[in-house]
Design a protein around this ligand. Structure first.
Ligand SMILES: [Zn+2]
Length: 80
């Protein structure tokens, strides 16, 4: 269950980035409830679509609020 509402309460910058109404956001919450940021594109020969390289976001890139810890991410991703 995605819990996107949990993130974005710290500032409008992150809220708008997650809403992504006018653009394809590079910050997203996955099905585990972990906030990820795309840090680059992986060009693969076999896929038409380039793969996004994601990295968990621990601090809000806009205001610096601590959003989650590596332990949170480990706990959320451990079951899958
Ligand atoms: Zn913020």
């Amino acid at each position: 269950m995605a819990d996107a509402g949990k993130f974005g309460s710290c500032c409008d910058g992150l809220k708008d980035a997650l809403a992504g109404e006018d653009f394809e956001p590079l910050i997203a919450v996955d099905e585990d409830g972990v906030l990820y940021m795309s840090v680059g594109l992986l060009d693969t020969e076999k896929d038409d679509e380039p793969n996004m390289v994601d990295h968990p976001v621990f601090f809000c890139p806009f205001c610096g609020t601590k959003l989650q810890t590596p332990e949170d991410v480990d706990a959320k991703t451990a079951h899958s």
